[in-house]
Design a protein around this ligand. Sequence first.
Ligand SMILES: [Zn+2]
Length: 97
Amino acid sequence: MEIVDRAILTCPPTNMNALLDGSGTPEYTPTVEHSLTTCEKCGTGVWIGPRQRQARALLGDSAVVLCMVCAIQAQRERGGGTVRHLGGGDGRPRTLG
Ligand SMILES: [Zn+2]
């Protein structure tokens, strides 16, 4: 299935803070409920949240996990689209150490 026909689950890449460095955006911290997976397009490591995992389980092949960079690109190729937040993000921050 082409990416263009699939629901995009946008996940922050593990190098998110390096990408945001200097942008003034607060540091991204995944929660303890996030787990690691890979972007299906570029293979970079991404954090996937519990609701995104649920959506992926529900949608199967009609969903695609993309890092933010690939998701933005795919969105452009589609000429826009609907961006929805699945909620969440209220979990306990994971301590990186
Ligand atoms: Zn990617």
